[in-house]
Design a protein. Structure first.
Ligand code: ZN
Ligand code: ZN
Length: 356
Protein backbone atom coordinates (compact mmCIF):
# COMPACT_ATOMS: atom_id res chain seq x y z
CA UNK A 1 0.00 0.00 0.00
CA UNK A 2 2.64 2.52 1.13
CA UNK A 3 5.05 1.11 -1.46
CA UNK A 4 2.64 1.79 -4.31
CA UNK A 5 2.27 5.39 -3.11
CA UNK A 6 6.05 5.81 -3.25
CA UNK A 7 6.19 4.25 -6.69
CA UNK A 8 3.47 6.58 -7.98
CA UNK A 9 5.36 9.62 -6.72
CA UNK A 10 8.65 8.34 -8.17
CA UNK A 11 6.94 7.75 -11.50
CA UNK A 12 6.38 11.51 -11.70
CA UNK A 13 10.01 12.49 -11.07
CA UNK A 14 10.89 12.83 -14.78
CA UNK A 15 7.81 14.89 -15.51
CA UNK A 16 8.50 17.09 -12.49
CA UNK A 17 12.15 17.41 -13.49
CA UNK A 18 13.51 16.25 -10.13
CA UNK A 19 15.89 13.59 -8.79
CA UNK A 20 14.40 13.35 -5.31
CA UNK A 21 11.51 14.70 -3.23
CA UNK A 22 11.98 16.21 0.21
CA UNK A 23 8.88 15.57 2.32
CA UNK A 24 8.46 18.01 5.20
CA UNK A 25 4.72 18.44 5.82
CA UNK A 26 3.34 16.08 8.48
CA UNK A 27 0.28 14.80 6.55
CA UNK A 28 2.57 14.09 3.58
CA UNK A 29 5.09 12.24 5.77
CA UNK A 30 2.26 10.22 7.22
CA UNK A 31 0.72 9.41 3.84
CA UNK A 32 4.00 8.21 2.36
CA UNK A 33 5.56 6.45 5.35
CA UNK A 34 2.85 5.75 7.94
CA UNK A 35 4.74 7.76 10.57
CA UNK A 36 2.26 9.77 12.67
CA UNK A 37 4.71 11.75 14.84
CA UNK A 38 4.70 15.54 14.75
CA UNK A 39 8.41 15.88 13.96
CA UNK A 40 9.74 14.18 10.87
CA UNK A 41 11.08 14.75 7.39
CA UNK A 42 11.46 12.26 4.60
CA UNK A 43 13.58 12.05 1.51
CA UNK A 44 12.44 9.96 -1.42
CA UNK A 45 15.11 9.34 -4.05
CA UNK A 46 14.79 7.16 -7.13
CA UNK A 47 16.05 4.16 -5.19
CA UNK A 48 15.92 4.92 -1.47
CA UNK A 49 13.70 6.33 1.25
CA UNK A 50 15.07 8.10 4.33
CA UNK A 51 13.09 9.28 7.33
CA UNK A 52 14.47 11.55 10.05
CA UNK A 53 12.90 12.25 13.43
CA UNK A 54 13.99 13.30 16.91
CA UNK A 55 14.54 11.26 20.05
CA UNK A 56 10.96 11.59 21.29
CA UNK A 57 9.82 9.36 18.46
CA UNK A 58 12.61 6.76 18.47
CA UNK A 59 10.29 3.92 19.53
CA UNK A 60 7.20 5.03 17.66
CA UNK A 61 8.93 5.40 14.31
CA UNK A 62 10.27 1.85 14.41
CA UNK A 63 6.83 0.59 15.29
CA UNK A 64 4.99 2.52 12.57
CA UNK A 65 7.40 2.62 9.65
CA UNK A 66 8.58 -0.24 7.45
CA UNK A 67 10.93 -0.03 4.51
CA UNK A 68 12.39 3.45 5.14
CA UNK A 69 15.94 3.97 6.40
CA UNK A 70 15.37 5.77 9.69
CA UNK A 71 17.62 8.30 11.43
CA UNK A 72 16.92 9.52 14.95
CA UNK A 73 18.72 12.71 15.88
CA UNK A 74 19.01 15.07 18.83
CA UNK A 75 19.89 17.94 16.52
CA UNK A 76 18.17 19.66 13.62
CA UNK A 77 16.40 17.18 11.37
CA UNK A 78 17.69 18.98 8.30
CA UNK A 79 21.25 18.71 9.56
CA UNK A 80 21.06 14.94 9.13
CA UNK A 81 20.58 15.46 5.39
CA UNK A 82 23.94 17.20 5.35
CA UNK A 83 25.82 14.93 7.75
CA UNK A 84 24.67 11.80 5.93
CA UNK A 85 25.30 13.42 2.55
CA UNK A 86 21.78 12.51 1.41
CA UNK A 87 21.39 15.34 -1.12
CA UNK A 88 23.96 14.75 -3.83
CA UNK A 89 25.73 17.51 -5.74
CA UNK A 90 23.80 18.58 -8.80
CA UNK A 91 20.53 16.98 -7.74
CA UNK A 92 17.24 18.72 -8.36
CA UNK A 93 15.15 18.37 -5.22
CA UNK A 94 11.38 18.74 -5.28
CA UNK A 95 9.61 20.02 -2.18
CA UNK A 96 6.07 21.09 -1.34
CA UNK A 97 5.83 24.75 -2.29
CA UNK A 98 2.66 25.23 -0.24
CA UNK A 99 4.13 24.30 3.12
CA UNK A 100 7.90 24.92 3.14
CA UNK A 101 8.45 28.37 4.62
CA UNK A 102 10.55 31.05 2.99
CA UNK A 103 13.07 30.90 5.85
CA UNK A 104 13.37 27.13 5.65
CA UNK A 105 14.05 27.33 1.92
CA UNK A 106 16.69 29.99 2.52
CA UNK A 107 18.42 27.73 5.08
CA UNK A 108 18.26 24.75 2.74
CA UNK A 109 19.79 26.73 -0.10
CA UNK A 110 22.56 27.90 2.20
CA UNK A 111 23.28 24.40 3.54
CA UNK A 112 23.23 22.80 0.09
CA UNK A 113 24.69 25.32 -2.36
CA UNK A 114 25.24 22.66 -5.01
CA UNK A 115 21.68 21.39 -5.00
CA UNK A 116 18.73 22.98 -6.81
CA UNK A 117 15.40 23.19 -4.99
CA UNK A 118 12.19 23.14 -7.00
CA UNK A 119 8.83 24.00 -5.43
CA UNK A 120 6.04 21.63 -6.49
CA UNK A 121 2.41 21.96 -5.53
CA UNK A 122 -0.22 19.33 -4.71
CA UNK A 123 1.91 16.37 -5.90
CA UNK A 124 1.16 14.30 -2.83
CA UNK A 125 -2.39 15.66 -2.54
CA UNK A 126 -3.11 14.42 -6.07
CA UNK A 127 -2.07 10.90 -5.09
CA UNK A 128 -3.88 11.09 -1.76
CA UNK A 129 -7.11 12.27 -3.42
CA UNK A 130 -7.87 8.68 -4.48
CA UNK A 131 -8.52 6.70 -1.34
CA UNK A 132 -8.06 2.96 -0.97
CA UNK A 133 -10.40 0.73 1.01
CA UNK A 134 -8.35 1.05 4.21
CA UNK A 135 -8.53 4.82 4.07
CA UNK A 136 -12.25 4.83 3.31
CA UNK A 137 -12.78 2.50 6.29
CA UNK A 138 -11.05 5.03 8.57
CA UNK A 139 -13.13 7.93 7.24
CA UNK A 140 -16.26 5.81 7.74
CA UNK A 141 -15.29 5.26 11.37
CA UNK A 142 -14.80 9.00 11.89
CA UNK A 143 -18.14 9.75 10.20
CA UNK A 144 -19.93 7.14 12.33
CA UNK A 145 -18.61 8.77 15.51
CA UNK A 146 -19.75 12.20 14.30
CA UNK A 147 -23.21 10.83 13.49
CA UNK A 148 -23.50 9.20 16.88
CA UNK A 149 -22.47 12.37 18.72
CA UNK A 150 -24.98 14.43 16.73
CA UNK A 151 -27.82 12.18 17.94
CA UNK A 152 -26.57 12.37 21.52
CA UNK A 153 -26.19 16.12 21.74
CA UNK A 154 -29.69 16.91 20.41
CA UNK A 155 -30.90 16.52 24.01
CA UNK A 156 -28.51 19.23 25.16
CA UNK A 157 -29.60 21.86 22.67
CA UNK A 158 -32.04 24.06 24.57
CA UNK A 159 -32.55 27.71 25.52
CA UNK A 160 -30.00 29.03 28.01
CA UNK A 161 -27.15 26.68 26.97
CA UNK A 162 -24.01 28.40 25.64
CA UNK A 163 -22.67 27.58 22.18
CA UNK A 164 -19.32 26.78 23.84
CA UNK A 165 -20.96 24.22 26.14
CA UNK A 166 -22.31 22.38 23.12
CA UNK A 167 -18.90 22.50 21.41
CA UNK A 168 -17.27 21.11 24.57
CA UNK A 169 -19.76 18.24 24.73
CA UNK A 170 -19.18 17.41 21.06
CA UNK A 171 -15.44 17.30 21.60
CA UNK A 172 -15.69 15.17 24.75
CA UNK A 173 -18.11 12.71 23.27
CA UNK A 174 -16.22 12.28 19.99
CA UNK A 175 -13.17 11.24 21.97
CA UNK A 176 -15.21 9.04 24.27
CA UNK A 177 -16.45 7.18 21.20
CA UNK A 178 -12.98 6.59 19.80
CA UNK A 179 -11.83 9.73 17.98
CA UNK A 180 -8.26 10.91 18.56
CA UNK A 181 -9.10 14.61 18.05
CA UNK A 182 -11.63 17.07 16.74
CA UNK A 183 -11.25 17.58 12.99
CA UNK A 184 -11.35 21.37 13.52
CA UNK A 185 -12.68 23.91 15.97
CA UNK A 186 -16.38 23.08 16.24
CA UNK A 187 -18.81 25.61 14.79
CA UNK A 188 -21.93 26.27 16.82
CA UNK A 189 -23.66 29.34 15.43
CA UNK A 190 -27.09 30.30 16.75
CA UNK A 191 -29.61 32.99 15.90
CA UNK A 192 -28.18 35.81 13.81
CA UNK A 193 -24.75 34.25 14.24
CA UNK A 194 -25.93 31.34 12.06
CA UNK A 195 -25.60 33.78 9.16
CA UNK A 196 -21.80 33.63 9.65
CA UNK A 197 -20.77 30.60 7.59
CA UNK A 198 -17.85 29.98 9.95
CA UNK A 199 -19.12 31.22 13.28
CA UNK A 200 -17.05 29.34 15.81
CA UNK A 201 -18.76 28.61 19.11
CA UNK A 202 -19.04 31.65 21.39
CA UNK A 203 -20.29 32.36 24.90
CA UNK A 204 -23.69 33.29 23.45
CA UNK A 205 -26.61 31.43 24.96
CA UNK A 206 -29.22 29.80 22.74
CA UNK A 207 -32.73 31.25 22.78
CA UNK A 208 -36.15 30.05 21.68
CA UNK A 209 -36.95 30.87 18.06
CA UNK A 210 -33.34 30.61 16.84
CA UNK A 211 -31.69 28.57 14.12
CA UNK A 212 -28.60 26.63 15.25
CA UNK A 213 -25.90 25.49 12.83
CA UNK A 214 -23.54 22.77 14.02
CA UNK A 215 -20.47 21.99 11.92
CA UNK A 216 -18.06 19.48 13.41
CA UNK A 217 -16.04 16.36 12.79
CA UNK A 218 -13.36 14.15 14.26
CA UNK A 219 -10.14 12.34 13.41
CA UNK A 220 -9.63 8.56 13.39
CA UNK A 221 -6.13 7.25 12.59
CA UNK A 222 -5.39 10.59 10.95
CA UNK A 223 -8.52 10.65 8.77
CA UNK A 224 -11.17 13.38 9.08
CA UNK A 225 -14.94 13.57 9.11
CA UNK A 226 -16.82 16.85 8.57
CA UNK A 227 -20.58 17.29 8.92
CA UNK A 228 -23.01 20.20 9.20
CA UNK A 229 -26.62 20.13 10.35
CA UNK A 230 -28.91 23.08 10.95
CA UNK A 231 -31.84 22.87 13.34
CA UNK A 232 -34.40 25.15 14.94
CA UNK A 233 -35.23 25.90 18.56
CA UNK A 234 -38.97 26.39 18.55
CA UNK A 235 -41.10 26.88 15.47
CA UNK A 236 -39.16 28.49 12.60
CA UNK A 237 -40.67 31.22 10.41
CA UNK A 238 -42.00 30.37 6.96
CA UNK A 239 -38.96 32.05 5.39
CA UNK A 240 -36.51 29.97 7.40
CA UNK A 241 -38.41 26.81 6.47
CA UNK A 242 -38.21 27.83 2.84
CA UNK A 243 -34.45 28.45 3.04
CA UNK A 244 -33.98 25.07 4.68
CA UNK A 245 -35.86 23.33 1.87
CA UNK A 246 -33.88 25.17 -0.79
CA UNK A 247 -30.54 24.17 0.78
CA UNK A 248 -31.65 20.59 1.33
CA UNK A 249 -32.89 20.26 -2.26
CA UNK A 250 -29.69 21.86 -3.58
CA UNK A 251 -27.60 19.42 -1.57
CA UNK A 252 -29.66 16.44 -2.74
CA UNK A 253 -29.34 17.52 -6.36
CA UNK A 254 -25.58 17.73 -5.99
CA UNK A 255 -25.48 14.29 -4.33
CA UNK A 256 -27.60 12.84 -7.15
CA UNK A 257 -25.15 14.23 -9.72
CA UNK A 258 -21.92 13.32 -7.92
CA UNK A 259 -20.11 10.52 -9.74
CA UNK A 260 -16.78 9.78 -11.35
CA UNK A 261 -16.20 11.73 -14.55
CA UNK A 262 -18.11 14.90 -13.64
CA UNK A 263 -16.10 18.11 -13.48
CA UNK A 264 -16.12 19.53 -9.97
CA UNK A 265 -17.18 22.94 -11.24
CA UNK A 266 -20.15 21.32 -12.99
CA UNK A 267 -21.14 19.68 -9.73
CA UNK A 268 -20.75 23.01 -7.95
CA UNK A 269 -23.05 24.52 -10.59
CA UNK A 270 -25.78 21.94 -9.97
CA UNK A 271 -26.34 23.28 -6.45
CA UNK A 272 -25.53 26.90 -7.31
CA UNK A 273 -27.94 27.11 -10.25
CA UNK A 274 -30.73 25.62 -8.20
CA UNK A 275 -30.15 28.12 -5.38
CA UNK A 276 -30.08 30.88 -8.01
CA UNK A 277 -33.40 29.73 -9.48
CA UNK A 278 -34.88 29.98 -6.01
CA UNK A 279 -33.64 33.57 -5.69
CA UNK A 280 -30.94 33.05 -3.04
CA UNK A 281 -27.78 33.12 -5.13
CA UNK A 282 -26.33 36.19 -3.45
CA UNK A 283 -26.62 34.51 -0.06
CA UNK A 284 -24.57 31.47 -1.11
CA UNK A 285 -20.98 32.63 -1.24
CA UNK A 286 -18.71 29.66 -0.73
CA UNK A 287 -17.82 26.59 -2.71
CA UNK A 288 -19.80 23.34 -2.71
CA UNK A 289 -17.24 21.22 -0.91
CA UNK A 290 -13.72 19.85 -0.58
CA UNK A 291 -11.83 16.59 -0.41
CA UNK A 292 -11.23 15.09 3.05
CA UNK A 293 -8.60 12.62 4.16
CA UNK A 294 -5.43 13.07 6.19
CA UNK A 295 -6.15 16.77 5.77
CA UNK A 296 -9.48 18.44 6.45
CA UNK A 297 -9.36 20.41 3.22
CA UNK A 298 -7.60 18.74 0.31
CA UNK A 299 -8.14 18.25 -3.41
CA UNK A 300 -10.43 17.84 -5.19
CA UNK A 301 -12.05 21.20 -4.47
CA UNK A 302 -15.67 21.46 -5.54
CA UNK A 303 -15.74 25.06 -6.69
CA UNK A 304 -16.33 27.38 -9.62
CA UNK A 305 -12.58 27.83 -9.97
CA UNK A 306 -11.53 24.17 -9.80
CA UNK A 307 -10.36 22.35 -12.90
CA UNK A 308 -10.62 18.90 -11.31
CA UNK A 309 -12.76 15.99 -12.43
CA UNK A 310 -14.16 13.61 -9.84
CA UNK A 311 -12.67 10.12 -9.81
CA UNK A 312 -13.75 6.90 -8.20
CA UNK A 313 -12.18 6.83 -4.71
CA UNK A 314 -12.40 10.57 -4.05
CA UNK A 315 -13.98 11.40 -0.70
CA UNK A 316 -15.54 14.85 -0.66
CA UNK A 317 -17.96 16.98 1.32
CA UNK A 318 -21.12 18.39 -0.24
CA UNK A 319 -22.15 21.46 1.73
CA UNK A 320 -24.23 24.21 0.14
CA UNK A 321 -25.54 26.96 2.41
CA UNK A 322 -27.67 30.09 2.36
CA UNK A 323 -26.94 32.85 4.87
CA UNK A 324 -29.18 35.90 5.18
CA UNK A 325 -28.01 38.69 7.49
CA UNK A 326 -30.38 39.36 10.39
CA UNK A 327 -32.39 36.24 9.59
CA UNK A 328 -29.94 33.39 9.86
CA UNK A 329 -28.21 30.74 7.85
CA UNK A 330 -28.70 27.13 6.84
CA UNK A 331 -25.95 24.75 5.75
CA UNK A 332 -26.19 20.99 5.30
CA UNK A 333 -23.01 18.97 4.81
CA UNK A 334 -22.34 15.29 4.20
CA UNK A 335 -19.20 13.33 3.37
CA UNK A 336 -19.50 11.16 0.27
CA UNK A 337 -17.36 8.57 -1.51
CA UNK A 338 -17.30 8.96 -5.29
CA UNK A 339 -17.88 5.70 -7.15
CA UNK A 340 -18.42 4.79 -10.80
CA UNK A 341 -21.73 6.29 -11.78
CA UNK A 342 -22.81 7.57 -8.37
CA UNK A 343 -21.69 8.39 -4.85
CA UNK A 344 -22.11 6.81 -1.45
CA UNK A 345 -23.25 9.16 1.31
CA UNK A 346 -21.44 8.20 4.50
CA UNK A 347 -23.43 10.28 7.00
CA UNK A 348 -26.53 8.68 8.46
CA UNK A 349 -27.72 11.71 10.45
CA UNK A 350 -31.21 12.87 9.53
CA UNK A 351 -31.53 15.86 7.22
CA UNK A 352 -35.14 16.58 8.05
CA UNK A 353 -35.54 20.01 9.58
CA UNK A 354 -35.23 19.12 13.25
CA UNK A 355 -37.31 21.41 15.48
CA UNK A 356 -36.50 21.12 19.17
ZN1 ZN B 1 -17.90 21.35 7.90
ZN1 ZN C 1 -16.43 21.08 5.10
Amino acid sequence: MIFSRLQKLRAQFDLLGIDAFLVTFQPHVRYLSGFSGSSGIGLLTKRSTYLITDGRYAQQIRHEVKGWKVFVTDQSLFDVLRRQNLLRHGWRIGFDGNTVTYNRLKELKKSFPRVKFHPKVDCIEQLAAIKDQHEIAKIKKAVAITDRVFLEILDLIKPGVRELDIAAEISYRQRKHGAEADAFETIVASGERSAFPHGRASAKKLSMGEIVTLDFGCVVEGYHSDMTRTLALGRPTAEVKKIYKVVLDAQQRAIDSARSGIKTKELDAVARCYIKEQGYEKYYRHSLGHGIGLQLHEPPRLSVLSKATLESGNVVTIEPGVYIPNIGGVRIEDDVVITNGSCLVLNQSSKEFIIL
